[in-house]
Write a protein that binds this ligand. Structure first.
Ligand SMILES: Nc1nc2c(ncn2[C@@H]2O[C@H](COP(=O)(O)OP(=O)(O)OP(=O)(O)O)[C@@H](O)[C@H]2O)c(=O)[nH]1
Ligand SMILES: [Zn+2]
Ligand SMILES: [Zn+2]
Ligand SMILES: [Zn+2]
Length: 279
């Protein structure tokens, strides 16, 4: 768990840091909550700077999020193979340890920077900025940021990207959007992955996964695909081509885009959680 995102504040210990709680003040008198909010506002500031880097070059930045093993890196490999010679791609990889994912991407001939987060369960905008300045961005159309496999914290951090792509693999259960609403509310696109395994599962229904997503008032498109076996890849590639073109046009107009986050999705600001009770 991390020290910055507030995931260490739970309904159980929250009383310690609010009001007169015994941890409410740091030694220099600031509230613990204000320290966390300060970190998050610094993050947002850095994210805006990162987005300027991308926008200046008309680059589309996509944040891939999922639980561990849902198929993010496999999807990147298949995507790179399919778009070779058509769109320039660069990748920022986030994992707690190892260069494994970056090496898999580099093996496909695409530049990749690995960020080892140590014990942190998400990427933040500062980490992405460091990586960004080590990536050759000349001729790049899309930067993929593969976030740490985790269905909770990554959704709370703006990295300076334009769109959130959330993967849900069929072996995880179709009720994941209902159980992890903060993550799925942040989706600009939901990919149901590993669909080649559907015949072996008797209880995953793609329609049910989509129903759970809609129950969060999230209007993101839902695509089904198998990065290993192929079906569904064309729709995903079509979405990517459309988004890359839209980003180029926005950049020529001097406009930018932030990922659409449905109400409730700022998981770090637990104060808000009980104020909104929308479906
Ligand atoms: N059957 C099947 N297996 C897949 C598919 N996509 C990925 N896998 C397998 O699922 C496992 C995890 O895939 P990865 O791409 O490494 O998953 P990831 O989301 O990048 O994992 P982390 O980076 O650890 O979060 C690997 O054994 C992949 O070969 C698919 O479409 N079908
Ligand atoms: Zn966290
Ligand atoms: Zn991976
Ligand atoms: Zn910079």
């Amino acid at each position: 768990m991390c020290d910055t995102c507030g995931c260490n504040i739970t309904p159980g210990n929250r009383h310690l840091i609010i009001g007169e709680g015994k941890l409410a003040r740091t030694e220099d008198g600031r509230t613990a909550v204000s320290v966390l909010q300060g970190l998050l506002s610094e993050n947002d500031h850095q994210a805006a700077h990162n987005r300027e880097h991308f926008d200046r070059r008309g680059i589309l930045a996509l944040n891939l999020m999922s639980s561990p093993g849902a198929g993010k890196t496999r999807l990147l490999e298949a995507t790179i193979d399919a778009l070779k010679g058509e769109l320039g791609i660069a990748v920022i990889e986030g994992d707690l340890e190892t260069e494994n994912d970056a090496e898999r991407v580099r093996a496909r001939g695409v530049p990749a920077i690995q960020i080892a987060t140590g014990s942190a369960c998400h990427l933040d905008a500062h980490m992405v900025h460091d990586a960004l300045h080590h990536l050759p961005l000349e001729g790049v159309d899309i930067v993929f940021i593969e976030n740490v496999g985790n269905l909770v914290c990554p959704a709370s951090f703006d990295l300076g990207h334009h769109r959130n792509v959330i993967l849900l693999s069929v072996v995880e259960g179709d009720d994941k959007p209902a159980k992890y609403p903060v993550m799925f509310r942040a989706a600009d696109l939901m990919l149901i992955t590993k669909t080649d395994l559907l015949p072996f599962l008797d209880d995953f229904e793609p329609a049910a996964a989509e129903r759970h997503l809609r129950a969060l008032a999230c209007e993101a498109p839902v695509l089904q695909l198998s990065a290993s076996k192929g079906p569904g890849m064309e729709e995903w590639l079509g979405w990517l081509r459309g988004e890359a073109a839209a980003q180029r046009e926005r950049a020529t107009r001097g406009e930018s885009l932030r990922p659409s986050v449905a109400p409730d999705a700022h998981g770090h600001d637990h104060d808000h959680a009980h104020h909104h009770a929308h479906p």
